[in-house]
Design a protein around this ligand. Sequence first.
Ligand code: ZN
Length: 256
Amino acid sequence: MKATALFEGSYSVDVSKKFMPFDPAKHQVEDRPASLFIYVQPFIIKTKNDLIVLDTGLGFKNEDGKLILHENILKAGFKPEDVTLVLMSHLHFDHSGGMVIEKDGNLELSFPNAEYVIQRGEWESAYSKPSKSYKTEIFDVLQRSNSVHFVEGSGQFNSEISYELTGGHCEFHQVFLIEEDDQIIFFGGDVWPEPEQVLRKFAAKYDFDGRKSMELRIEFGNKAADEDWTCLFYHAKKNAIAKVSAADDTFKIHSV
Ligand SMILES: [Zn+2]
């Protein structure tokens, strides 16, 4: 199986939580005070049985009005209508915006033939806890579609895919492992969004439980090294797909 990163862009985000496109060739860091700089890339994986998208990006469009996500999937050699599974780590809008596409003023599923795999508690949080991080109009479209497959806790989705409820970044965040033949691919969502985060111990303020995320990164880092995982990093600036080695609690990132 093969994973491909679907790079949607780099952005600056300030307290308003609005993502402003940031192109280092055109824009100045000084013009974006008190901002975080964030890279966004969903992933696509072809296995023998499935064509899988992992998280869906912001759902931004290119100049022709097409989803950047769709454009990237075509560039990778696949068709959006052939996607069979959309695995969601959580539903914050920088991960869920591309679940739907606006056509003639209506929102439709951007992967009409896929099952969207969502942790039930995350879905319920999105509706019950008003937050700038969730856009429930996206989820309304899914609810009407009959395309949602809810999972609860941790478990095995099918013979290749397992999910683990981690919490950390948000209360019901989940991560995925995909195993085929001798290969294991790990998607850590926003618990481990950038590879370098395992190199230094820190609790992020933007997390629901920053300490837990930190501990999980160490745990996943060790397993990734032991079991030779290929890891996918959703907000990586570089090495979005990488392997990890560990010795005496010191990690190293290796691009693949
Ligand atoms: Zn994120």
